[in-house]
Design a protein around this ligand. Structure first.
Ligand SMILES: Cc1cc2nc3c(=O)[nH]c(=O)nc-3n(C[C@H](O)[C@H](O)[C@H](O)COP(=O)(O)OP(=O)(O)OC[C@H]3O[C@@H](n4cnc5c(N)ncnc54)[C@H](O)[C@@H]3O)c2cc1C
Ligand code: FES
Ligand code: FES
Length: 483
């Protein structure tokens, strides 16, 4: 190990930033606007929802430079150590004028109030780099995390359909800098850890999981921060003190994904975007649902480990994974323990995690050939909305009968929870509409949901029952044909 550094360093547009005084809770948006005078990135909501603050963050991933859109308002500066941050000020066209994305927005009247425009430019630019001629679905996906309040979407979509007309990505001056950016980022990766304290707000950036384990042994109550899509709001909305913080979103060992013995094993630091190719290939039933977790920026930042560790009753992956019989590995120093994901959630705000432990991996068994697997998320708004409830169903149907059932819900109790009474009501019964309807009242034995701003208790109960019926109606014809 290369020792400890007393500063954070990263590339900001075309220059190296080196910070020796940095509070743990300094957000990237405050840093850009207040310290650097880069006011192109706007503050709309300060909670990751509107996209007005979108910037690009480039990281080296197995030697390749990958840029992703992120929301600067909930991204902490310390979490960017070793990265390349690109703001809207850095984009320009081949002639030094507007970039093709900006030019297309001008020509097609895609900017009206202009406040949300820099964020929309950055989100679309991230798309343009990968795909200069995107179809409507790709544009919609790239903009899931950007709100235009004056309903200029149609003109923005028109612009996005044409940005390839204004220049090819390979002629983009920003992309021409790639070689030097890769060299700079590779130079940053010297294997050192960071420990800093400024204004009484301390944080550490361990170089690897060994350093993390050692740090947590010394400071078992330290706050872990992976993608910061939850913790960021604790600062911007609730003014909470997050010190001492330990940033772990960069740790390569927590980013592995492997297929082992019929299960996907995700490192806890894998983001939704990083997991997507594996989900699409091995759990295709989950793909549409996956694209409804957050918006593009949140999927680029948020991790599977953060979604589980936060213990939220309305996190989306816990029910989806519990239904598949997922297990997690928690590590403390050199010791590891494995437990069923459903057992991790003890009560509201209480999880089975000891001080000094961190979540290392999640093992998600894949459905078998006789399994019906479906996950449904009910929200008020289709995109970038938190679940009112989320139902996950794995039903093993053999010879027309339910041989096994594992059903889990979020949003129906104080924790993500199995619907054991419903499962019992289905097991052994013929997989017919009559059996499903007969099992629906059993939801009342499993759940007593609450009413809140997302849904009333009655709505939640009715929707949960109907989701079971939907799973039957969606899958029964296919099964009937197969048999
Ligand atoms: C705009 C917006 C939209 C969102 N939409 C959704 C959505 O659709 N569905 C959904 O489920 N969630 C959603 N979220 C919530 C959030 O994005 C997810 O819960 C995300 O997975 C959290 O991961 P993170 O890495 O950002 O966690 P962080 O904010 O970094 O951490 C969250 C918690 O987990 C702990 N933690 C993180 N990693 C570990 C680890 N390895 N070991 C132990 N503890 C750890 C932290 O200490 C903290 O307590 C949304 C958030 C925002 C801001
Ligand atoms: S200011 Fe709204 S997402 Fe950042
Ligand atoms: S252009 Fe800004 S809200 Fe629509």
């Amino acid at each position: 190990m290369a020792g400890t550094r007393d500063h954070v360093r990263f590339l900001l547009n075309d220059r190296v930033v080196r910070l020796t005084a940095l509070p743990a809770d300094k957000t990237l948006l405050d840093f850009l606007r207040l310290d650097e005078g880069l006011t192109g990135s706007k503050e709309g909501c300060a909670e990751g929802d509107c996209g007005a603050c979108t910037v690009l963050v480039g990281r080296l991933h197995r030697g390749e430079l990958v840029y992703e859109s992120v929301t600067a308002c909930i991204q902490f500066v310390a979490g960017l150590d070793g990265c390349h941050v690109v703001t809207v000020e850095h984009l320009r066209g081949a002639d030094g004028g507007l970039n093709p994305v900006q030019q297309a927005l001008v020509e097609h009247h895609g900017s009206q109030c202009g406040f949300c425009t820099p964020g929309i430019v950055m989100a679309l630019y991230a798309l343009y780099m990968r795909n200069p001629r995107p179809d409507r679905n790709a544009v919609a996906r790239a903009l899931q995390g950007n709100l235009c309040r004056c309903t200029g979407y149609e003109s923005i979509f028109r612009a996005a359909a044409h940005f390839g007309d204004y220049g090819a990505p390979e002629d983009d001056p920003f992309l021409a800098e790639r070689g030097s950016v890769i060299a700079a980022l590779a130079g940053f990766a010297d294997g050192s850890s960071v420990e800093m304290e400024t204004d009484g707000k301390a944080f550490a950036i361990p170089a690897d999981t060994e350093a993390l384990a050692e740090l947590l042994a010394r400071q078992p109550e330290a706050r872990l921060i992976a993608g910061a899509t939850d913790v960021g709001l604790w600062v911007t909305k609730f003014m909470r003190d997050i010190s001492p913080a330990v940033f772990i979103g960069h740790l390569a060992e927590l980013k592995s994904v492997a297929l082992e013995d019929g299960a996907l094993v995700f490192g806890a630091g894998v983001t939704y975007s990083e997991a997507l190719p594996f989900v699409a290939t091995h759990l295709p039933e989950l793909k549409d649902f996956w694209m409804r977790i957050g918006g593009e920026q949140v999927r680029n930042m948020g991790t599977l480990g953060g979604n589980i560790a936060n213990g939220s009753p309305i996190g989306d992956t816990p029910p989806a994974f519990i239904a598949l019989g997922a297990e997690i590995v928690l590590r403390k120093s050199g010791d590891r323990r494995r437990l069923k994901l459903e057992d991790y959630f003890i009560a509201y705000g209480k999880q089975d995690r000891q001080p000094g432990e961190f979540l290392e991996s999640i093992t998600v068994p894949l459905p078998g050939p006789d399994d019906i697997y479906a996950v449904h998320k009910i929200t008020k708004r289709r995109d970038e909305d938190i679940s009112a409830l989320c139902g996950a169903f794995r039903l093993t149907v053999r010879d027309g009968r339910v041989a096994g059932a594992c059903i889990a819900f979020g949003g129906m109790a104080a924790v993500p929870k199995r619907a054991r009474a419903v499962e019992a009501a289905l097991i052994g019964k013929p997989w017919t509409e009559a059996s499903v309807v007969a099992a629906m009242p059993a939801f009342a034995a499993d759940f007593s949901p609450i009413s809140d701003m997302r849904a009333s208790a009655e709505y939640r109960m009715k929707a949960a029952q109907n989701l079971l019926l939907r799973v039957y109606l969606d899958t029964a014809p296919a099964k009937a044909v197969a048999s």
